[in-house]
Design a protein around this ligand. Structure first.
Ligand code: COA
Length: 332
């Protein structure tokens, strides 16, 4: 799916929030469980540490403060939200949805609330969906949440996956803005590559060897990631008639610094325009892009009129890009 939105109503982000669990897990701590080293992890991934939820914390607990911050920044209450989408592959439980749980905890009694599953690309899919409902006039104010507690589905004996992921969540309020807003989206899926990053035995398909942990073919995912981050962004920029030089802030999925560097170079985006926090949080799956956006906002990099390019990719295999002219309205 690809489309430019230039004739639509200006829908934009008016509030942002992000949260990671308190517990910091260093590379050295992981090296006590699997055969790896701090040096190997930093050199091959750029990750120095990640956060992991405590035993008491589920996704809704991690995401709730992020949602509250996003609502406060937009200057609205839970009751003002009429759409709440949670992008995740690690909901509190299969049902009720984490969307419904969060709506209840936020007092969002008027909201349609549900979960959306698109792997690490979930937040991009959710943004596009919220945009569509707002632009069509079906909803007025949406809360889009992206987050995962991936530590729950990591195999502490598999060094190739254990070192990559962390927990975290971010949230964005979307509503009609006076000017600027989303310019377009590109989303895709290739189920044929699904078995390169999967959780067999987690649903209704029966497997001889069901698994409760993530399984990954790292080399194949790496090849996919380096190709798709570039392709998706280029296709969207072309469709929107925007030159890459115009991009002020580039927010790629935070999977691996080598993948980010490759995409940045291929696209021709100067490194000072790229948002990177994979060193501190690892790959937080659906939380990755909203956490990076919130970081960029905190650093004062998202002023009014700035052009923001976001691209995610992940399990599915899925990918997605969005181009957004930042409003600055209500954003601290
Ligand atoms: C996983 C990844 C970091 C591995 O890095 P790499 O440079 O490609 O490493 P390779 O897969 O070529 O493996 C090189 C060697 O390191 C080993 N290795 C893998 N993980 C290791 C670890 N944590 N510590 C030490 N050695 C490790 C491998 O077993 C392999 O050994 P071998 O040559 O004896 O078989 C990289 O492939 C990657 O980032 N892939 C994408 C993963 C991703 O982003 N997934 C989520 C998408 S949303």
């Amino acid at each position: 799916m690809i489309g430019a939105t230039k004739d639509g109503v200006p829908i934009s982000v008016t509030g942002l929030g992000a949260r990671v669990p308190d517990r910091i897990v260093t590379n050295d701590e992981l090296a006590r469980h699997v055969d790896t080293t701090n040096e190997w992890i930093i050199e091959r991934t750029g990750i120095r540490e990640r956060r992991m939820a405590s035993e008491e914390e589920a996704l809704s607990d991690v995401a709730l403060p992020a949602c509250r911050d996003a609502l406060a920044q937009a200057g609205i209450d839970g009751k003002d939200i009429d759409l709440l989408i949670v992008a995740t592959v690690t909901p509190d439980m299969t049902f009720p949805s984490t969307g419904a749980i969060l709506a209840d905890r936020l007092g969002a009694v008027a909201a349609a609330a549900y979960d959306l599953s698109a792997g690490c690309t979930g937040f991009m899919y959710a943004l596009a969906q919220a945009y569509g409902m707002l632009a069509a006039g079906l909803a007025r104010r949406a809360l889009v949440v992206g987050g995962d507690v991936l530590s729950r589905i990591l195999d502490w004996e598999d060094r190739s996956t254990l070192i990559l992921f962390g927990d975290g969540a971010g949230a964005a309020v979307l509503e009609e803005a006076r000017e600027h807003g989303f310019l377009g989206f590109e989303l895709g899926a290739d189920g044929a590559g699904g078995a390169n990053l999967w959780l067999p035995g987690s649903g209704s398909r029966l497997f001889e060897e069901p698994d409760q942990y993530v399984k990954m073919n790292g080399r194949e995912v790496y090849k996919f990631a380096t190709r798709i981050l570039v392709q998706s962004a280029q296709d969207l920029l072309d469709r929107c008639g925007v030159a890459v030089e115009e991009v002020d802030v580039y927010v790629p999925h935070q999977a691996n610094i080598r993948i980010i560097d490759h995409a940045t170079k291929k696209l021709g985006i100067p490194s000072e325009r790229v948002v990177v926090n994979v060193d501190r949080y690892g790959n937080t799956s659906s939380g990755s892009i909203p956490l990076a956006l919130a970081d960029a906002a905190k650093e004062g990099r998202l002023g009014p009129g700035k052009l923001v390019l976001m691209t995610g990719m992940g399990a599915g295999l899925t990918w997605g890009s969005a181009l957004l002219r930042w409003t600055g309205e209500n954003i601290a």
